[in-house]
Design a protein around this ligand. Structure first.
Ligand SMILES: Nc1ncnc2c1ncn2[C@@H]1O[C@H](COP(=O)(O)OP(=O)(O)OP(=O)(O)O)[C@@H](O)[C@H]1O
Ligand SMILES: [Mg+2]
Length: 236
């Protein structure tokens, strides 16, 4: 059974159609990427899974249970953490406080401090900066806090919305390496990414979203050889 299964998902903003019949799956422990241009509906897809935008029709099931009737906080409790576009940290709070907020639904103190250590191992710079206000960090470091905060919810599925956008190359490489490490430690990841080369390099399978529908899907290897993807998204 797939961990996440989306069937014929339709989402509107008012009368405007944002997703028109999207179907996809994520298996346990899998890293799946969603590629696509601006406005394709990538963020909308993650918001629909998190239940922060209403669903017009279609089904989303997670570990065999429908997410459709759930409010957003129950989706988090079910094991899905969403790291949104633009990071959305609390800028005046310290790095540590921002990370701790990711565990707001948990009360297992030992587990929380073990996970905090794990985040610091993944991103050592955050351990050095833990007492600093989040607003004083670089964009790439703030992205690490955002990913770390999502991990503090100990998700079974991590939703990442364009984690590398606007980040210097060196930090970008580090962020993609940490995403792979998170997957290798057993967490399934649905990664939205505009950088096709990076996405194809890290994901096992990829869906290409265009104008609210799935235009291509397949293994990263197969899609890396696809003429359309090569011309339009890889520029080769
Ligand atoms: N709150 C909203 N109200 C109305 N329309 C919206 C809203 N959010 C998104 N849209 C529209 O829905 C479509 C899909 O938007 P979405 O943010 O999902 O795209 P995206 O693929 O994430 O794009 P980007 O790569 O620029 O982040 C766009 O046409 C967008 O203008
Ligand atoms: Mg987006």
């Amino acid at each position: 059974m797939a961990l996440l299964e989306i069937r014929d998902l339709v989402v509107h903003y008012g009368k405007a159609l944002a997703l028109e019949g999207v179907s996809m799956t994520v298996e346990p422990g899998e890293l799946v990427a969603v590629l696509g241009p601006n406005g394709a509906g990538k963020s909308t897809l993650l918001k629909a899974i998190s239940r922060v935008v209403p669903i017009s029709s279609g089904d989303i099931t997670f570990a065999g249970n429908s997410l459709n009737p759930l409010p957003a906080h129950k989706v988090v409790a079910a094991g899905i953490c969403h790291c949104p576009e633009g990071r959305r940290l609390f800028p005046e709070l310290t790095v540590l406080k921002n990370l701790q907020l990711g565990a707001y639904l948990r009360d297992d103190k030992d587990g929380i401090s073990a996970d905090l250590q794990r985040v610091y191992e993944l991103f050592p710079v955050l351990s050095e900066r833990s007492r600093q206000q989040a607003s004083t960090l670089s964009g790439g470091e703030q992205q690490m806090v955002a990913i770390g905060r999502a991990l503090m919810g100990r998700p079974k599925l991590l939703l990442l919305d364009e984690p590398s956008v606007g980040i210097a190359h060196r930090l970008k490489v580090q962020i993609f390496e940490s995403i792979r490490a998170i997957q290798q430690a057993g967490t399934a990841i649905l990664l939205v990414e505009q950088d096709a080369l990076s996405a194809l390099g890290i994901a096992g399978r990829v869906y290409l979203l265009e104008h609210g529908h799935v235009a291509r899907e397949g293994s990263s290897d197969a899609l890396s050889r696809d003429d359309y993807i090569r011309q339009v998204y890889l520029g080769v």
